[in-house]
Design a protein around this ligand. Structure first.
Ligand code: ZN
Length: 287
């Protein structure tokens, strides 16, 4: 099948990070007919920000967003300041790279702490501090709520509603660029998903797709290929559309199993599976 028949789909480079360097991923995704790419900061730093931006542009790919900054829950002032500095560097990199947003992961409980409220307050404080820098650079901060399995170590923000509450609290007047990422792995279980998606629509900056395997061997690196797990992805996609979110879906799979495959096979599997999911979602769009 020619690349012209490929559905509108982005791939996050985490999906092939063990097989391909960034330059190889750009080439491989473009060859397969992928529309957009979500790179990581380490990769663009290693390649050179300008060079990476140029190759992506020349390959005809769009950048979805830059992964990743955040980790804003430190208790100590020095650590918190170091985290803010790193986020400011990410904003500069995104600006230089012509990305529209930086993906923000909140951070888990600080070592030795059980105080979730304090950690969540720190995230809001951190985003408040970064707001002006992001605005000045024309970069949006995209807060990605993570599945509660990461509540202790990666993200004290676990639902879309909670992320949106923080955006609204920080975003006085709603005029600044804070937003959210919707990731199927992280929010599929949420009983309030449908209204949360509607609420998220004006602020949605990314739509990450992957699947929830049951059982899974590792909470971090055993995410499922789309279609292999428990998430009703056609139904999820319909709800996303119904909410008015029109973003290009971005496959983001951290998986030892898929990292051991030929990268071309991984990319083609993403495309083939997404085509099946779309066919199903389109079969009865108003149901
Ligand atoms: Zn994600």
């Amino acid at each position: 099948m020619s690349p012209a028949d490929v559905p509108d789909l982005a791939i996050n480079t985490a999906t092939t990070r063990k097989q391909w360097r960034l330059d190889q991923a750009i080439e491989g995704y473009a060859r397969a007919g992928i529309s957009a790419i979500g790179p990581w900061r380490e990769e663009i730093q290693e390649m050179g920000v300008q060079k990476a931006a140029r190759q992506i542009r020349d390959a005809g790919l769009i950048v979805t967003g830059l992964c990743r900054a955040g980790m804003l829950t430190a208790r100590g002032d020095a650590e918190f300041k170091a985290a803010l500095d790193d986020n400011r560097r990410a904003i500069e990199e995104a600006h230089e790279f012509n990305a529209t947003h930086v993906v923000i992961v909140a951070g888990g409980l600080p070592p030795g702490s059980k105080d979730l409220k304090a950690a969540r307050d720190r995230v809001a404080e951190g985003l408040s501090s970064l707001r002006a820098d992001a605005e000045a650079a024309g970069i949006r901060l995209a807060l990605e709520p993570l599945n509660p399995i990461y509540g202790a170590d990666r993200s004290v923000i676990v639902t879309l509603d909670q992320a949106l509450d923080i955006c609204e609290a920080v975003d006085v007047g709603g005029t600044t660029g804070l937003g959210v990422i919707v990731d199927t792995y992280h929010v599929w279980w949420d009983p309030n998903l449908s209204p949360a998606l509607s609420r998220a629509a004006p602020k949605a900056l990314g739509f990450h797709v992957n699947d929830w395997l049951s059982p899974q061997t590792d909470p971090l690196n055993d995410r499922g290929m789309i279609g292999d797990g428990a998430i009703d992805l056609p139904e999820f996609t319909k709800q996303v559309r119904k909410a008015g979110i029109t973003l290009t879906p971005e496959v983001e799979i951290f998986s030892d199993r898929w990292w051991s495959e030929q990268p071309e096979v991984v990319v083609q599997t993403c495309i083939d599976r997404w085509r099946i999911i779309m066919a199903e979602a389109n079969r009865d769009p108003d149901a």
